[in-house]
Design a protein around this ligand. Structure first.
Ligand code: CA2
Length: 145
């Protein structure tokens, strides 16, 4: 199974600021934990981060036909992007939404998620572990289908 992990804007700054919300794990540490976990479950993994909405759309489109599952933390684009929702729907690849923080307990503008409609599960507020849980969910659903 091949999993694509997509991170949206500013997640490359993890561990640098706002540790009370996003923790102290750096983006490099996050990538290392994702790679370790992929090895543990026997999946191939590719990790992609961009600050640009169109680049994220391009990466989702490029996954068509060669990726079995997508873990996506669209960051701020979660709350604004119909384009990411449409891209996920267009490729039809099983996807899980991840948020490091508990967005449900934060500002009103974080209560909307456009991509959620194209994801079969959401892992919210479990910190960095949420990415690994999302990979497990994809792995289980892949094995069942
Ligand atoms: O909780 C999450 O994972 C979010 O997707 C993170 C986004 C935020 O806009 C969403 O509402 C929830 C923000 C990512 C920015 O990450 C930072 C990392 C370090 C310092 C500042 C921001």
């Amino acid at each position: 199974m091949k999993i694509l992990v997509i991170n949206g804007p500013n997640l490359n700054m993890l561990g640098i600021r706002e540790p009370q919300i996003y923790g102290r794990t750096t983006y490099e540490d996050l990538c290392a934990r994702i790679r370790d976990h992929a090895q543990k479950i026997g999946a191939e993994v590719e990790i992609y981060q961009s600050n640009h909405e169109g680049d994220l759309v391009d990466r989702i489109q490029a996954a068509y036909g060669n990726i079995d599952g997508i873990v996506i933390n669209p960051a701020a684009y979660t709350h604004t992007s119909v384009a990411l929702l449409d891209a996920l729907k267009a490729v039809g690849i099983p996807a899980v939404e991840v948020h490091i923080s508990d967005v449900s307990a934060r500002e009103d503008f974080r209560q909307i998620s456009f991509v959620r409609r194209a994801c079969f599960a959401s892992v919210i507020g479990h910190g960095i572990d949420g990415y690994l849980e999302a990979m497990d969910l994809l792995w289980e659903s892949y094995r069942e289908n």
